[in-house]
Design a protein around this ligand. Structure first.
Ligand code: TYD
Length: 206
């Protein structure tokens, strides 16, 4: 491959993204392809500090707009420090969440709407994923897959919040159907992996 390729994974909490991300990393590594894995919020020293601040359950007074700016700040750092240089070097990037998470969680679920796109325009500086796997799961099932004791600040939100996240994602996918691939997260890990393999074969010829 002579040009980088940027893959993101999106979906509600507890949808099984990480299992597939691990498989994908292994798949690329076994083929000696230069793959860079990262996650949001985080992926840089500054981003990881921002991540702690955002997910800290003690920060109950955080305003939705503050939250949106914090995610975007971590992203701005990741884009410049990690993602753009990697793309330039021709690497494949696998990123656990990116801008679409902000549109779903802060835009749709927190109700900030278009302000999220505006804030993120500066953060992403034109860098959009080439391919996005969206894991779709009934919000009830998603929540039941995570142990209550380990909920972070976002996971502790009520059912209504998670329903809005799920609906938001569907809208985003509809509006960006060229780069989105929808995955039914109730399928078995092997079935899901076969679908992902098919898409890679199609898009990257591997
Ligand atoms: P994380 O533990 O990484 O969740 P997951 O393992 O499900 O990816 O926590 C990230 C949380 O932050 C998750 O609840 C989604 C939320 N989030 C946003 O609300 N906006 C964003 O822009 C991003 C990147 C994540």
């Amino acid at each position: 491959m002579d040009k980088g390729f940027f893959i993101t994974f999106e979906g509600p909490d507890g949808a099984g993204k990480s299992t597939q991300i691990d498989r994908l990393k292994l798949f690329f590594t076994e083929r000696d392809l230069d793959v860079l894995y990262t996650r949001e919020p985080g992926g840089t020293d500054i981003g990881e500090k921002i991540r702690k601040l955002i997910l800290d359950k003690e920060n109950i007074e955080m305003e939705p707009v503050t939250e949106a700016f914090l995610y975007a700040s971590a992203r701005a750092q990741l884009v410049r420090q990690v993602l753009k240089p990697a793309i330039k070097e021709g690497k494949i990037i696998v990123c656990d969440r990116y801008m679409d998470s902000s549109t779903a969680y802060q835009g749709y679920a927190r109700g900030l709407g278009d302000a999220v796109a505006e804030i993120n325009k500066h953060a992403i500086d034109g860098l959009l994923p080439d391919l996005t796997f969206l894991f779709i799961l009934d919000p009830e099932i998603g929540k039941s897959r995570i142990a209550v004791e380990s909920y972070d600040r976002l996971e502790s939100q009520n059912f209504e919040f998670h329903r809005k996240v799920a609906e938001g994602y569907i809208e985003i996918a509809k509006n960006n159907d060229k780069r989105f691939v929808i995955i039914d997260a109730t399928k078995t890990p092997d079935e899901i992996w076969n679908e992902i393999r098919g898409v890679l074969a199609d898009k990257l010829g591997i």
